[in-house]
Design a protein around this ligand. Structure first.
Ligand code: SF4
Ligand code: SF4
Length: 489
């Protein structure tokens, strides 16, 4: 009898455990389902990326197309593809580009702030994509312009065309007043990614913050190379331009395909995590006079606008008051972080200075001078006329000028690398400080720097729909209650 009772009590205990498990599953059902979907999407994305990498690796022989002298295909009669770059444009056409840019910026501001029309911004994006993207083939563009400006400052013999100055300055000036209106519908890079977006995945905030420093670092990197006359890496490694030109080196075509595939599931990956001009626009729009508002009326905090933003630019209201003990701890942390900033800058500058000699070798003049010096020590025998041999032969004609130019460049590189290292330290330091700051927000608000002013969130807001007469005000309480219930689930 006692055995039977013991068995029954064990069974009851097991049943209660089972009930607990089912209850548990119910509670976490939403959470688990969400993570299952996100993980499935990520897995799918990973598969596509792996396939693209595999395709690129199998076609690695295509890189031979970049060789100098080019390979001989006499047996197969293969014709080497010709890489095209846009032809020089007549002056009046360059001014036409500037006029179109000004007009598009004006229309963008009007559509975002006056008409508050997503459809209008979409139509403008299509126009910009066709005009600045496929017709102008991504050149002239604002993204590469900072490199021209910096080279013009460091190299007196280099003249920056007025049109480039206009493309550099106009979007930034507009951003000072109206945020990222340029990104909303004028930049062809942004327009392409915006139009391709199919099913956006929410990027975790920590990852967004971590990757958010990359555009600033890439900007510093591009300016370092441009200031030393080594090249324009921002243009050279632009993954969108090959799409506009339907042409480009193998590596860039691969990057373009990767960006396109990624852009279908991650909102504007290039804009958010790489664009150096976007970094400048982010800074200027932090000080903008007007800012994007989801609704000029009352925010009921239904969270619909946050869900409608595919770029993670919407910020939640801050949670009430903070307890004094937490406030004290926050202040102490902030103090430590502020002390860390000069250390990071100094450390970065030191590392930059140390690396400057190696980095300077990426400059063709410095590299040639080093080869020349080495050749003097042990003369080499060049059978085949490689580009290096050809350059050395030419260097023989005026070695003094070559060595002097290389020495000047080394100094310039040292300075540029020290500044770049310090810049990287500053960027990381400021990011850490900004993360430790609390921003007081009473409503859901777009982050001024991160918001692309795409106008997607406007029509997601029930208050806004009532304001513009697309929904009767009487429906508002029922809709809000439904939203709050859905949010609470
Ligand atoms: S972030 Fe850069 S690429 Fe994106 S829209 Fe703005 S300027 Fe263009
Ligand atoms: S306007 Fe700004 S906050 Fe609204 S959806 Fe677009 S990027 Fe997001």
């Amino acid at each position: 009898m006692s055995r039977l009772l013991h068995r029954i009590s064990r069974r009851v205990e097991e049943m209660s455990h089972l009930r607990f498990t089912i209850y548990d599953l119910r509670v976490f059902r939403q959470f688990a389902r969400k993570w299952y979907i996100i993980n499935r999407k990520l897995l799918w994305l990973l598969q596509i990326v792996v396939t693209l990498v595999a395709v690129q690796l199998t076609s690695i022989s295509a890189i031979a197309e970049q060789r100098f002298p080019p390979p001989d295909f006499t047996e197969t009669n293969h014709q080497l593809p010709i890489t095209t770059t846009p032809a020089a444009r007549a002056e009046w056409l360059q001014y036409l580009d500037v006029a179109v840019l000004f007009a598009c910026l004006g229309v963008a501001v009007w559509l975002i702030y006056r008409k508050r029309s997503r459809r209008g911004v979409w139509a403008l994006s299509v126009f910009s994509l066709i005009y600045f993207g496929f017709w102008r083939q991504g050149c002239i563009c604002a993204i590469g312009a900072p490199q021209n400006i910096i080279l013009g400052l460091f190299e007196p013999s280099y003249t920056v065309p007025l049109t480039v100055i206009a493309f550099f300055a106009a979007p930034l000036i507009v951003a000072l007043f109206a945020g990222r209106a340029f990104c909303a519908g004028v930049c062809p890079h942004g327009a392409l990614q915006d139009l391709l977006l199919i099913k956006p995945i929410k990027v975790p905030l920590w990852l967004e913050h971590a990757l958010g420093v990359l555009p600033f670092i890439f900007l510093g990197f591009g300016l370092t190379f441009a200031a030393t006359g080594t090249g324009f890496p921002i243009c050279r490694y632009d993954p969108i331009v090959p799409i506009f030109r339907l042409n480009g080196p193998g590596l860039l075509i691969f990057l373009a395909a990767l960006t396109l595939v990624l852009g279908m599931f991650v909102g504007r990956p290039y804009c958010r995590f790489l664009c150096p001009y976007g970094a400048l626009l982010k800074l200027t729009s932090l000080a903008s006079k007007w800012r994007v508002r989801v609704t000029p009326d009352i925010c009921t905090q239904c969270q619909l606008c946050e869900n409608s933003c595919p770029f993670g630019a919407m910020r939640e209201p801050s949670s009430g008051t903070v307890e004094p003990k937490f406030l004290k701890a926050d202040r102490r942390n902030l103090g430590w972080l502020l002390l860390c900033v000069p250390v990071l800058i100094a450390g970065g500058a030191w590392v930059g200075g140390e690396l400057s000699v190696s980095v300077a070798r990426l400059n063709p003049t410095v590299e040639l001078a080093e080869r020349y010096i080495n050749q003097q020590k042990s003369p080499a025998n060049y059978g085949v006329m490689t580009p290096e041999a050809l350059s050395l032969q030419r260097a023989e004609r005026d070695p003094e000028a070559l060595l002097k130019a290389a020495t000047d460049l080394r100094h310039r590189f040292w300075l540029a690398c020290v500044v770049f290292g310090g810049w990287v330290g500053l960027v990381i330091g400021v990011k850490l400080v900004s993360l430790s700051l609390r921003t007081l927000r009473t409503d859901f608000e777009p982050d001024r720097g991160a918001c692309f002013a795409c106008a997607r969130c406007f029509r997601s807001c029930p208050q806004e729909l009532v304001r513009i007469g697309q929904m009767p005000a009487s429906e508002l309480p029922a809709r809000n209650a439904a939203q709050l219930a859905a949010a609470a689930k």
